[in-house]
Design a protein around this ligand. Structure first.
Ligand SMILES: [Zn+2]
Length: 367
C-alpha cells in the first residue's frame, strides 16, 4: 500500500524541539548598575532575578514564553523614525519590567531584561513586531504553530495505522483461479466444444455425469422467483439510507426482532454509517417466500421461437416438424405450437416485456 506524502519538506515549518525553550544556563545578574527612576536594575536581589528567570522557563513552550515576554514588555510605536535609511529601522519603543517577590514590577533596561531571561534581543523584537503587525498574541509560527504540528501528528498516526494492515496477496484479489471446480468446467467445456450441434438436454446430462453428480432441473432442484418475493418485502436500493454505489462494504445484522439490518460503508477500514432495516415498513424477512417457477411456464419471446424454427429447418430440412418423433424434436415442436396466430404478427411492445423471461428460459433449457 502506498501512502502519499502530502506535505513536502520545504513547505513544512522548521521544527523546534521543546529543549530550545528550556533554561540552559543560570540567569546573569545585570551588571549595568542602573538605579534611576527609569531603570531600577541594581535594585533587584539575586533571588528575585532567579525567580523571574524560573517563572519564564517554567513552561518550555515558545508560545507561552512569547506571551510572557509581551506581558513584561510594554511597547508603543515610535512617532519619529531616527534612522530611516537603516535596513530595519526601529519603529517600536519598549519598556521592560521584572516581577519581584512582593508582586511588584520593577522597570529595567533592555540589557538587564535579556540577561535575566537569557534570551536574545531578536526574539523580543520578533515577538513585539508580530504583536504590533498582526495585532494578536504570538500568532506565529516557528515551532509555536501547534495546529499544523497537531495535524502532522495525526497524519503520522494514520500512516502508522494503515501500515499495520497486512497487504492482500495478489491471487486472493484475482478471484477463482484456484477454485477446484474451475478445472471441472474447463474439462466439460472441452468436451462440449467438440460437438458442433447439441439439440437435446440429454447430451449435456451425459457429459456432466462424467465429471460430477447430476442434479436435474425440475426434478432434483427448482428455480424460485426470488426477484418477485424480494420486491414485495425489501426496500429498493434507492430507498436505502445510504448511497449504494459509493459503498465498499455492506454489513448485515440480524436484529432481536428477527429482522435483518443493513448498512453500507464507504471505506474499507472505518465504520461511519448506521444499520437500519432492510425490509419495507411493516414487512419481515421471514415473509420472503419465493414461489417455484414451473417448468415451461415462462412464455418465450415469439421472435426467439421463430429463430429456433429457422435453425432447425436449416439443420434438418423444412419437414422437421413432420419427422419430429424420429428426430427426437418433439420438445421443440411443442414449443413452437405455443406460438399463437396473434403472436406471429410483430408486436414490439410485447417483445420488450418478454425479453427478460425469454433469455432466462432458453438458458435453463440449454437451447
Ligand atoms: Zn540596567
Amino acid at each position: 500500500m502506498h501512502v502519499k506524502e502530502t506535505l513536502p519538506n520545504k513547505c513544512r515549518k522548521k521544527k523546534y524541539a521543546p529543549e530550545t525553550y528550556t533554561a540552559k544556563t543560570d540567569p546573569k545578574y545585570p551588571d549595568c548598575n542602573h538605579n534611576s527612576k527609569r531603570f531600577k536594575c541594581s535594585a533587584l536581589t539575586v533571588e528575585e532575578v532567579h525567580q523571574f528567570h524560573q517563572l519564564f522557563y517554567k513552561v518550555p513552550d515558545k508560545l507561552v514564553q512569547d506571551n510572557f515576554i509581551l506581558k513584561y514588555v510594554s511597547a508603543c510605536p515610535i512617532q519619529r523614525v531616527r534612522n530611516p535609511d537603516s535596513t530595519r529601522p526601529r519603529t517600536l519603543s519598549a519598556a521592560y519590567y521584572v516581577k519581584t517577590s512582593n508582586k511588584v514590577v520593577v522597570p529595567v533596561c533592555r540589557s538587564a531584561f535579556l540577561k535575566i531571561l537569557n534570551i536574545t534581543k531578536h526574539r523580543v523584537e520578533g515577538v513585539l513586531r508580530r504583536f504590533f503587525e498582526k495585532g494578536d498574541m504570538s500568532a506565529e509560527n516557528r515551532g509555536g504553530d501547534h495546529r499544523s504540528h497537531l495535524k502532522q501528528a495525526i497524519r503520522d498516526n494514520i500512516k502508522k495505522f494503515i501500515k499495520k494492515f497486512p497487504i492482500l496477496e495478489k491471487h486472493y484479489c484475482r478471484g477463482h483461479s484456484f477454485l477446484p471446480p474451475d478445472r471441472v468446467f474447463a474439462l466439460i467445456e472441452k468436451k462440449i466444444r467438440k460437438l458442433d450441434t447439441i439439440i437435446h438436454p440429454e447430451v449435456y446430462y451425459d457429459i456432466f455425469e462424467n465429471y460430477g453428480t447430476l442434479k436435474k432441473l425440475g426434478v432434483d432442484w427448482h428455480v424460485q422467483d426470488w426477484k418477485q418475493a424480494a420486491k414485495a418485502n425489501l426496500k429498493s436500493p434507492a430507498a436505502l439510507h445510504f448511497k449504494i454505489n459509493s459503498c465498499k462494504r455492506f454489513v448485515f445484522t440480524i436484529s432481536k426482532e428477527e429482522n435483518v439490518l443493513v448498512k453500507g460503508e464507504p471505506h474499507y477500514n472505518s465504520d461511519v454509517n448506521q444499520s437500519r432495516g432492510i425490509c419495507k415498513r411493516g414487512k419481515k424477512i421471514s415473509q420472503i417466500r419465493p414461489q417455484n417457477v414451473e417448468l415451461n411456464s415462462v412464455i418465450v419471446n415469439p421472435k426467439k421461437l421463430k429463430n429456433i424454427d429457422e435453425l432447425l429447418t436449416k439443420h434438418f430440412g423444412a419437414e422437421w416438424k413432420e419427422e419430429s418423433e424420429e428426430l427426437y424434436l418433439e420438445y421443440y415442436k411443442g414449443l413452437l405450437e405455443t406460438l399463437q396466430e396473434g403472436d406471429r404478427v410483430e408486436n414490439d411492445k410485447q417483445e420488450e416485456v418478454l425479453e427478460d423471461q425469454c433469455s432466462y428460459h432458453s438458458d435453463a433449457e440449454g437451447v
